[in-house]
Design a protein around this ligand. Structure first.
Ligand code: IMP
Ligand code: MG
Length: 177
């Protein structure tokens, strides 16, 4: 299927995303205020890049940054194999960790990431996902913070790609048909 920008319909506008992320940042700030352990947020590259950077600016406490890169997608289907390209660069033992994910689809990637991170014995380990395809069970993962719940269809923009294209659309959209 040939996807062009003209065919993409807006699902969540730039304004709607910004507003939702502001609320999520406030919620995280409230939930983690007063906790002694540092808050450490892990960005799952590449898709979470815009969500992560905007979300962290909305949190009014110190946050430690880490980036990991894993890939599992080919085209519009999850390939089932997970390829770790880079991993956290500082220990998370005893810290409050939030893994920041662009979209929860099958949950396979996140399950893998959470399994590994839990071995380091963080104080807490939670997930913030901008979009949750709620019809799927995600291997039992329950994200503590969710931006939007959506039906199972392929989305693009605001970090989400189709074969590495359309990540820099400022909104999230879909292609009909
Ligand atoms: P999962 O392992 O099936 O949950 O999906 C892993 C990754 O696939 C997500 O982190 C996204 O980067 C990507 N992905 C899942 N659904 C979509 C989509 O609708 N559009 C673009 N990328 C997606
Ligand atoms: Mg991806």
């Amino acid at each position: 299927m040939e996807i062009t920008r003209e065919k993409i319909k807006i699902l969540y506008s730039e304004e709607k995303i910004a507003k939702r992320i502001k609320d999520m940042g406030q919620q995280i700030s409230e939930d983690y205020a007063g906790l002694n352990s540092p808050l450490h947020m892990v960005c799952v590259l590449k898709g979470s890049v815009h969500f992560y950077s905007q979300l962290l600016l909305e949190i009014n406490m110190n946050v430690r940054y880490s980036f990991i890169q894993v890939a599992s997608y080919k085209g519009t289907q999850s390939s089932g194999r997970i390829n770790v390209k880079s991993w956290i660069d500082e220990p998370v033992q005893g810290k409050n960790v939030i893994v920041v994910e662009d979209i929860l689809d099958t949950g396979r990637t996140l399950k893998y990431i959470l399994n590994y991170l839990s071995r380091y014995k963080p104080a807490t380990l939670e997930v913030a996902a901008l979009v949750d395809k709620y019809e799927k069970d995600h291997f039992g993962i329950n994200p503590k913070y969710v931006g939007f719940q959506t039906q199972d269809r392929f989305l693009l923009g605001y970090g989400l790609d189709f074969e590495q294209k359309f990540r820099n659309l400022p909104y999230i959209g879909y292609v009909e048909g």
